[in-house]
Write a protein that binds this ligand. Structure first.
Ligand code: GTB
Length: 218
């Protein structure tokens, strides 16, 4: 049975791979699981049919047989638990992998989202500059800690796991920015993730959809 994902029909990033379906595609590509995609307009996201799959009216979702799942952390964990290749067999290494998956989504990603949200919503507000400075500082501290924990390893727990898919996907949001470039080990870690053929395929698939539907130059 082929899983079906949902994704933006017209991703606001014009297919640069920043929407969260890319991390799910990446996981599926890593384990060699073919998938289909149902593309949704912004209006369709908020319709009852989609909210029945995703309570918050967001992408991505994952349907396979009688399972309908949402939240990228849960989806990637499910893929890792039902296919070989993304989750170590050793019990402690598995627990460490899951810890890093949570860390990517609850200890690192929120500060990146806070910066983006402040840029977007609070630009020009009296409190905007202070809020931005605070979020940027928190992110710097978190990335210093992440850098130290990664150390000289290629991947978070040594071997490549589902945790690296989530952590690299989160770091992609600050790719090319000083906060990442000033931490060369983290920039190199992200580059290793992006160089993986499975990531390349996931990126190409979502870009191909955007360009076919909306044009390469738009
Ligand atoms: N915690 C959820 C998860 O991990 O699955 C968050 C899901 C989520 O934020 N989905 C976003 C969404 O559906 C798309 S990924 N938003 C529509 C809505 O809430 O109405 C976030 C995103 C969107 C666009 C870009 N971009 O253009 O660069 C990047 C990331």
């Amino acid at each position: 049975m082929i899983p079906i994902l949902t994704a933006f029909d017209a991703s606001p990033d014009r297919g640069r791979g920043l929407a969260r379906d890319t991390r799910v595609r990446w996981a599926l590509e890593e384990v060699g699981q073919p998938y289909e995609v149902r593309y949704l307009s912004f209006a369709e996201l908020k319709e009852p049919a989609h909210r029945a799959l995703q309570p918050f009216g967001q992408i991505p979702t994952y349907e396979k047989g009688d399972l309908a799942l949402w939240e990228t952390g849960a989806i990637v964990l499910h893929i890792a638990e039902t296919h070989a290749g993304l989750m170590p067999k050793d019990r402690n290494a598995r627990a460490q992998t899951i810890a890093w998956m949570f860390a990517a989504l609850s200890s690192v990603e929120p500060w990146i989202l806070e910066i983006e949200s402040t840029h977007f919503h609070d630009r020009g507000q009296a409190w905007g500059a202070d809020r931005l400075a605070q979020a940027e500082n928190r992110l710097r501290v978190r990335l210093d800690d992440l850098d130290r924990a990664l150390g000289g390893k290629n991947w978070l727990i040594g071997e490549f796991t589902a945790a690296d898919i989530l952590m690299c996907s989160v770091l992609l949001r600050v790719k090319g920015e000083p906060v990442l470039d000033e931490r060369p080990r983290l920039a190199a870690y992200l580059a290793r993730g992006e160089a993986r053929p499975a990531y390349q395929r996931s990126f190409a698939a979502q870009l191909e959809h955007y360009q076919r539907r909306h044009g390469a130059g738009s």
